[in-house]
Each structure stands twice: as structure tokens, then as C-alpha cells.
Design a binder for this molecule. Structure first.
Ligand SMILES: [Zn+2]
Length: 266
């Protein structure tokens, strides 16, 4: 199949993206074997019954991720379905952290209902968990390395929100209008294109993720774009599209890395 790629402008930025991609994937590949000893579809064989307790699972996962400064935390959350599990993630600069986890800068939060505390161990459950673990982790690794590249006296740049009537939309635009966030979201979207639609070219894969609907997961593009529904030409959206093209071009030539991480369609 011929892949059609729009022309990518701005050579300097592209080189930076190549360097960032290498740092993210180097980190991910360094962790891969250790993580896979705990988190793979094969691990389900360790569990009898249709579900497992999350707390002991996360303890085992932490044994292998904390050496890489990544911590997994169990969060009780009444908004989550008692049978469900939701992942969130954040990166915080190390200097903000207090002891004893001073070295940890990436936090993956596993939300479960207080009455739940268990999650499914079917192959599809593991596949989604596995995909989102790596996707969220790589998003935060992007922030880790974006920050390493910046001198201390420079803040990340931000776009000005345009929504002035709806405070929620304005807050969302404020958060997503951060240059680093645009770049990291574009990473997630390109990853979904490459991994979920491996046989499609750029244009077809992009149109798939734009309208992505799934009963259990949300695609990254719709999550981002909803903030700019009424402002499709907002500079954050323009940059997002440019960055998606950049990330896709790089990931497309490094598909072997994502195969090594065992990422596939959900
Ligand atoms: Zn982010």
C-alpha cells in the first residue's frame, strides 16, 4: 500500500521531534522486559477466576517501574463503575516531590470504585490495559524529556484560550493550549493511528481516529478536539495537526519499536 503523507514544514522542529521520540522510546524499551514480566496478556494465566485484585498487582508492577522513576497508585474513585478500571497519569518535576519517593516523576493512577478493587483478566482487558499503560507512560515520558530540554528560566509556551462564555471549556483550552500538551497529545493520537490502524495510510488512519468511537475507550483526538469545537482554526488545533503529521512520520518508520512493545489494535 502506498502511504500518502502531507508535506511537513519546519525542519528544525522536526529534528527536535525525532530526538524526543528517541528519548521516549529508549526509556520505554529499557523498561519493557521488566514491565512485561507483570503486565502482559500472558499474565492472566497467573490469576484464577474472571478478575483479580488490583492492589497486589500494582505492588508487583511498582517493583519493576519504580527503578525507572514511575509509580503506580491505586485511587478509590466513586465515579468509576464498580466492575471497571480507569487510568490517569501525570508528570511532576522531581524537585516538587517529597521524600521518600523523591526520584519518582511519573505517576500512573489506577482508579477503581471503593467497592470494586478488582479488574477483569480476559485477554481483551489485558490488551487495553497494556496499550494504555504504554500510551499514558509515553505521554508522560514526553513531558519528562520536554522539560529536560528546557533551561530553568523558560516556561512552556501557551496559547490564549478563545472560549469566553463557558468556564469549563476555557479551563480545558487553557490546559490543552500548552505547547507541551499539544505535542504530547499529538504523540498519543499518532500512536493510536499507527497501532490501531496498522494497514491504513496517514489520511485514512487520521480520518479513523478523528471519528473514533468505542464503548470502553475514548480516542485521544476527540478528547482534545472537544475543547476547540467552536474554534477549529484555533492555533492549538493547527499545531496539533502539524505535530500529528510529524509524530506519525517518525512512528511509521519505527513500527518495529511498537511491535516490540506488543502494541496492537484493541
Ligand atoms: Zn500531558
Amino acid at each position: 500500500m502506498r502511504r500518502v503523507l502531507p508535506k511537513y514544514k519546519g525542519r528544525g522542529r522536526f529534528v527536535q521531534l525525532v530526538a524526543l521520540h528517541k528519548k521516549i522510546t529508549d526509556d520505554a524499551l529499557a523498561m519493557r522486559k521488566d514491565v512485561e514480566s507483570v503486565l502482559t496478556p500472558v499474565s492472566q494465566r497467573r490469576y484464577s477466576g474472571p478478575s483479580m485484585y488490583i492492589a497486589p498487582f500494582l505492588s508487583r508492577l511498582n517493583e519493576v517501574t519504580i527503578p525507572f522513576k514511575v509509580h503506580n497508585e491505586l485511587i478509590e474513585d466513586i465515579s468509576v463503575d464498580p466492575a471497571g478500571l480507569e487510568l490517569t497519569a501525570q508528570w511532576t518535576p522531581i524537585w516538587l516531590k517529597t521524600k521518600p519517593r523523591r526520584q519518582v516523576d511519573i505517576h500512573l493512577e489506577w482508579h477503581v470504585h471503593p467497592r470494586g478493587r478488582r479488574c477483569g483478566v480476559q485477554t481483551e482487558d489485558w490488551q487495553r490495559r497494556h496499550f494504555y499503560f504504554w500510551s499514558y507512560l509515553m505521554h508522560e515520558l514526553a513531558h519528562r524529556h520536554q522539560n529536560n530540554h528546557r533551561s530553568d528560566d523558560v516556561d512552556a509556551q501557551k496559547f490564549i484560550p478563545t472560549a469566553d462564555e463557558d468556564d469549563d471549556v476555557r479551563d480545558l483550552q487553557m490546559y490543552l493550549g500548552d505547547f507541551d500538551e499539544v505535542e504530547a497529545y499529538a504523540h498519543d493520537i499518532a500512536l493510536e493511528m499507527v497501532v490501531w490502524f496498522p494497514t491504513l495510510g496517514y489520511r485514512a488512519a487520521f480520518s479513523q481516529v478523528k471519528k473514533f468511537r468505542h464503548n470502553l475507550v475514548d480516542g485521544s483526538y476527540p478528547i482534545f478536539a472537544v475543547a476547540f469545537d467552536k474554534a477549529p482554526k484555533h492555533p492549538a488545533m493547527v499545531l496539533l495537526r502539524k505535530k500529528i503529521q510529524g509524530w506519525y512520520r517518525i512512528m511509521d518508520t519505527h513500527r518495529n519499536i511498537y511491535r516490540t512493545l506488543q502494541l496492537g489494535p484493541l
